[in-house]
Write a protein that binds this ligand. Structure first.
Ligand code: DHB
Length: 309
């Protein structure tokens, strides 16, 4: 059995690693991912300045799903420039997630990350739904094109973008055209669909405090949209652009589905939050079980081979 894969030319032992967001902010948390079976280490989306994030409670589970409005709590990019090289001993690719509050901030962060040789790739988060008063960049197509062009001029690492879900045929084509005109080498789809609402019925109260209870949704509830976006990106992007599937993965079968739909690898958010770092090894082992049952011995045997009627 060979479940190796690659994204943006970077080899991975298997397709399963963490999504930027849950339990990947501090050195201890990142070391725990390093020590786990995850095939890469992604850090929390960093900003130029340190941020405390939104007021608590700002995360809640509902069943196997989650809602959050974290507000990008993180120690700032200079802290990660010092911290990420310390993860090199885990001998797996380190992926730095970032977003600037302005284009100028983004360019400053990229200029810093370019200098850190231990960073294998950079993921630009164009899709944080939780900043009060700030629209998601990825829902503004013109702005997205401008930002990708400016970042593309200076970035010197393999890079990609984390996108929110799109729900409209026209939007899939618009974003794909922009991405095909940029220098990105991978997309991670999807980030949390934003501005969902979860209610605690006993308390007759919203589940989280920020933004009147509105927040990003994770877990199995979002999987059909994650699959759809991964598939559309695989169909519309240049063949050499890698697709990383994210959204609602709780079993090896879910990993299989994303790869069948065209993903090269997958990231896990809510299930990692709920289960801890053991989730990565479990999912990789379950993927092997599904492949064995189906008679497949390599990822390429079924990647992007989803049948239509
Ligand atoms: C946050 C950022 C995200 O990109 C996301 O999908 C969910 C939460 C945040 O830190 O608020």
């Amino acid at each position: 059995m060979d479940i190796t894969t690659s994204i943006a030319g970077i080899k991975l032992k298997h397709p399963v690693f963490n999504a930027a967001g849950p339990i990947c902010t501090t050195k201890e948390e990142l070391d725990a991912i390093g020590a786990s079976a995850a095939s890469a280490i992604v850090c929390k989306t960093m900003t130029k300045e340190p941020r405390k994030g939104n007021p608590e409670p700002r995360y809640a589970d509902f069943g196997r799903n989650s809602i959050n409005s974290m507000g990008l709590p993180n120690p700032g990019y200079k802290a990660y420039m010092a911290l990420l090289p310390q993860l090199a001993r885990h001998e797996k690719p380190i992926i730095a997630s970032f977003i600037g509050m302005t284009l100028e901030d983004s360019l400053e962060i990229v200029a810093g990350l370019n200098e850190v040789k231990e960073i294998a790739a950079i993921e630009m988060n164009l899709s944080c739904p939780n900043l009060p008063g700030k629209p998601q960049v990825a829902y503004d197509f013109q702005r997205s094109g401008e930002v990708l062009a400016e970042v593309g001029k200076i970035i010197r690492k393999p890079w990609g973008v984390k996108l929110p879900p799109y729900f409209d045929e026209v939007h899939f084509k618009l974003i794909a055209d922009i991405l095909n005109g940029s220098t990105i080498q991978f997309v991670s789809v999807i980030n949390s669909p934003g501005n969902g609402l979860v209610i605690d019925r006993d308390k007759e109260q919203v589940a989280i405090r920020p933004k009147q209870g509105f927040g990003g949704i994770g877990g199995p509830a979002i999987k059909p949209f994650g699959l759809a976006n991964a598939r559309k990106m695989r169909q519309l992007l240049k063949p050499k652009t890698s697709v990383v599937g994210v959204g609602g993965i709780t079993t090896g079968g879910d990993v299989f589905d994303y790869i069948l739909a065209g993903a090269d690898a997958v990231q896990v958010g809510t299930a990692f939050m709920q289960e801890g770092p053991g989730v990565f090894g479990r999912l990789a082992a379950e993927l092997e079980e599904v492949m064995t049952a189906k008679g497949y011995s390599r990822i390429a045997d079924f990647r992007n081979k989803l049948k239509e009627w």
